[in-house]
Write a protein that binds this ligand. Structure first.
Ligand code: NAD
Length: 399
């Protein structure tokens, strides 16, 4: 992922005429914090990479996962700098994580881990320095512990020091749906630019978690864009008549699983990875990285791919997609809804305000619509992919 991100940045920088020294400098992180956290007699490697703060405080999530390593954190921190710049936010890029399987810890141990992480980083973070957020296996409860520990350590209140907090602790309305909503905003803007917005189009979607569910829910505002296939880690389901994600047989709390959706009851699931080859106009990737790769890229039948996960299309696969004229709406634009609403949460905290969901959604819409229009215009002007256009615009702002 780091190599892919750096390749995109190098390409954009060379096209803009920057020399190698400038390129190497922009790839370099401004600071890296690598430390160990001891919990219940065991030691866990912990990281915070602060990549670039040219446009504002570092911004990026904290992941608790056994696969966390310095290269992954560097890659995600770099992508965050480019994502915040691509959509014009007054924020930089950072990322953090602990190499731990939280399922092996008791709730009290997870709390201890979170508190020690915040305590160690306290001198380097805060609403004017670095604003972490939740990521894989971290959530509002964990972030609330971190805020509490951070505030105790620095001896002052600073609710803008983290985003993704619980609603009672300064969180923002609209955050849960933000990434999915942003995906719809980007897709709709692209379809408008192509004169396709009123055409009947079908949609297949990989991944049905937080991002995928809300994408599908917000998509309902466009009845001509019909969701016909979804998958998750267990299987893939197709219903050419359409799938209404709000019509569910069972409500277990949280978002429903595909097999609970009324429109899918009784439909035999296909193998999970068949979703990539489903015949649909639009393929939404909302599961995980490296989903469309060299070995399966030829199965893709869609003419538009929407990247809601980070790095779901490999560079090699993208070359093939390019050759076939399949358009990719790139992650740094299409999944930026989450970081945009995080930015709005930070701004609400700094102003001591709490905006309604309508206000938050309107601001998200304005910011992402503008960023998508700029990216499309650049792509047309320079005859480059939307990803390259987004990286160019970000780079111009960062340099
Ligand atoms: P999630 O854990 O809620 O959902 C992930 C979904 O992917 C689940 O439905 C899971 O069953 C499915 N899945 C897992 N492995 C799969 C596989 N091999 N094939 C098909 N489906 C599989 O996660 P999420 O918050 O919805 O995030 C999805 C992706 O979007 C992640 O890559 C995440 O990094 C990225 N992302 C999330 C946000 C956010 O705000 N949550 C923001 C930007 C990017």
């Amino acid at each position: 992922m780091l190599a892919t991100a750096q390749t995109h940045i190098r390409e954009a920088a060379r096209r803009l005429g920057h020399d190698e020294k400038t390129i190497e400098a922009i790839l370099e992180a401004e600071a890296e914090h690598i430390f160990e956290i001891e919990v219940a007699g065991k030691s866990y490697p912990a990281y915070r990479v602060q990549h670039n703060s040219k446009l504002g405080p570092y911004k990026g999530g904290i992941r608790f996962h056994p696969g966390v390593n310095i290269d992954e954190v560097r890659a995600l921190a770099t992508l965050m700098s480019f994502k915040t710049a691509a959509v014009g936010l007054p924020l930089g890029g950072g990322k953090g994580g602990v190499a731990v399987d939280p399922r092996e810890l008791s709730p009290a141990e997870v709390e201890e881990l979170a508190r020690r992480y915040a305590q160690h980083l306290a001198p380097h973070i805060g609403s004017d320095k670095d604003i972490p957020a939740p990521d894989v296996n971290t959530n509002a409860e964990i972030i609330d512990w971190m805020v509490d520990e951070f505030e105790k350590t620095v001896g002052k209140a600073d609710k803008g020091s983290f985003t993704g907090k619980s609603m009672t602790n300064g969180g923002s309305e609209g955050r849960a749906a933000a990434t999915g909503r942003g995906g719809v905003i980007t897709l709709v803007e692209y379809l408008k630019s192509q004169g396709l917005i009123d055409k009947p189009l079908t949609v297949a979607m990989q991944g049905f978690g937080n991002v995928g569910y809300y994408f599908a829910q917000v998509l309902k505002a466009y009845p001509n864009l019909k969701l016909i296939a979804v998958n998750n880690s267990k299987g893939a389901w197709v219903n050419p008549e359409g799938i209404d994600v709000e019509k569910a047989e069972v409500t277990t709390g949280g978002t429903p699983r595909p097999e609970e959706l009324t429109d899918l009851v009784g439909i035999e699931p296909l193998p999970r990875d068949d979703i990539i080859g489903v015949k649909a106009d639009i393929l939404v990737l909302a599961a995980l990285e490296d989903s469309v790769v060299e070995s399966n890229v030829d199965q893709v039948k869609a003419s538009i791919i929407v990247e809601l996960a980070n790095g779901p299309t490999s560079s090699a696969a993208e070359e093939t997609l390019d050759t076939k004229g399949i358009v990719v709406l790139p992650d740094i634009l299409a999944n930026a809804g989450g970081v945009i609403v995080s930015c709005l949460e930070w701004q609400q905290n700094l102003a001591g305000e709490h905006w309604t969901e309508e206000e938050v959604n309107a601001k998200l819409n304005d910011l992402l619509e503008k960023a998508t229009k700029e990216t499309i215009a650049r792509s047309l002007e320079k005859k480059i992919s939307l990803r390259q256009a987004a990286f160019e615009l970000a780079l111009e702002r960062l340099l």
